[in-house]
Design a protein around this ligand. Sequence first.
Ligand code: MG
Length: 254
Amino acid sequence: MNTKRSILVLAMSLSVLSLIAQTKVIAHRGFWDTPGSAQNSIAALIKADSIGCYGSEFDVWLSKDNVLIVNHDPRFKGKRMETSTAQELTALKLSNGENMPTLEQYFQTAQTLPNKTKLILELKEHNKKQRETEAVKRIVEMVKKYGLEDRIEYISFSLHATKEFIRQSPDTPVYYLNGELSPKELKAIGCAGFDYPLRPIKKNPEWIKQAHDMGMQVNAWTINKESQMKWLIDNGVDFITTNNPLLLQQLLSR
Ligand code: MG
């Protein structure tokens, strides 16, 4: 086969591959809706990997004494994430009996996972922008320490944190969650794409193609209904973040 012909065949194979590129499954707060698991627990990360999810999402706070902790809400069992120490927070028990994990424990676990699920790290919106800047600095350092650069993606509702991730870790995909910025606006700040709820995506369905045309990717959260999963799959979104990864996997395997 001559070179021109090889290039043509390669180009055709790539375009076919892109046509059949499948929506990928991200487990929201890990795979937690299953025995022995809990939202944002180490078990939820391990279980998301064990069922072959593309990624496992989790939420991160910076404690009063500058330790990165994995948890969703701004307070847990009466302790505020931002004004409590790591010792106080990691003493709290999750519903599956685990202690609230640190990000370092999450990364140590991630290193051992056989399917190398991606780490979809959400930095929560903190009371002061300066705390978000500090959290981003510490997260980026820890990712390097554990050699997880190829496994990590960042997401945030905070535009400040989104911009800080892009500034401090320009080679890592960063997605914005809040739903109001167009693909063009996100491209201008350096986002890899958007990660939006269904409502703004359905209101602006052209955003999917606009994002793809600019080389960006599209994620949707938090999609638990079969009909909504089907609509997003049919409209070519790249990722769906869900509390029901098994249902989504089942739909994708049909
Ligand atoms: Mg989250």
